[in-house]
Design a protein around this ligand. Structure first.
Ligand code: ATP
Length: 235
């Protein structure tokens, strides 16, 4: 059964229609990616799923339950975590404090401490900097912190927005290795990426977003061989 089901999703910003009639699903344990050009609407889809924007229309189901009317904090409690585009960490707080904040919906202190250590294993760069304030981390390190913070809620679904944005190539491979590793451990991920080639390598299925709508979808291996995809996104 699908962990996340989206049906007929529409997002408007004032008079601008950013997302039009988008339907998609993510099965438990699956990595799915949304690829597309700048401004295609990928971020808006993700934001509507976690309710950071209110969709104009559409139905959202999470684990079979209709969550269309629920606010973001309830979705976090149900197991959705959103790692946003850019570096939206708390700049003045330490790396450790940012991670603890990621676990705010939990109250199992011992398990939280254990997960924090697990994050430091997953992201050794953060371990060396656990007392450093997040605002002084490099862009790539902040990106890692944003992902680690999202994982601290022990999400059933991780929404990852442009994890490779603005990173040096070596860090991009590092981040994608981590994503693949999370997938191998069974984490369910909906990934938005500009880097279509790498995204399609880690994701089992791909949706291609153009002008707010989904124009192609299928197993990543199939789409990676489709001329419409190779010409526009893998060229
Ligand atoms: P990118 O890869 O560049 O981040 P995207 O595919 O994620 O692009 P969105 O950020 O979802 O695309 O944007 C889709 C459209 O909605 C764009 O035309 C954008 O200008 C518009 N848009 C996004 N956020 C807002 C906003 N807060 N107010 C008005 N228009 C917006």
């Amino acid at each position: 059964m699908a962990l996340l089901e989206v049906e007929g999703l529409c997002v408007n910003y004032g008079a601008v229609s950013a997302v039009r009639d988008v339907s998609l699903s993510v099965a438990a344990g699956e990595i799915v990616t949304l690829i597309g050009a700048n401004g295609a609407g990928k971020t808006s889809i993700l934001r509507a799923v976690s309710k950071l924007v209110t969709p104009r229309a559409g139905v959202l189901r999470f684990d079979g339950r209709d969550v269309t009317g629920l606010p973001p904090e309830v979705l976090v409690r149900l197991g959705m975590a959103h790692s946003p585009e850019g570096r939206q960490v708390l700049a003045r707080q330490s790396v450790g404090d940012n991670l603890e904040l990621g676990a705010y919906v939990r109250n199992d202190r011992a398990a939280i401490a254990k997960d924090m250590e697990r994050m430091f294993e997953l992201f050794p760069r953060l371990s060396e900097r656990r007392k450093q304030s997040a605002g002084t981390l490099s862009g790539g390190e902040q990106q890692m912190l944003a992902i680690a913070r999202a994982l601290m809620s022990r999400p059933r679904l991780l929404l990852l927005d442009e994890p490779s944005l603005g990173l040096a190539p070596i860090l991009v491979s590092e981040i994608f290795e981590i994503i693949a590793g999370l997938g191998a451990m069974g984490t369910t991920i909906l990934l938005v990426e500009q880097n279509a080639r790498l995204a399609m390598r880690v994701a089992a299925r791909t949706y291609v977003v153009e002008s707010g709508g989904i124009v192609l979808e299928g197993p990543s291996a199939e789409l990676a061989a489709d001329e419409r995809v190779t010409k526009a996104y893998l060229g």
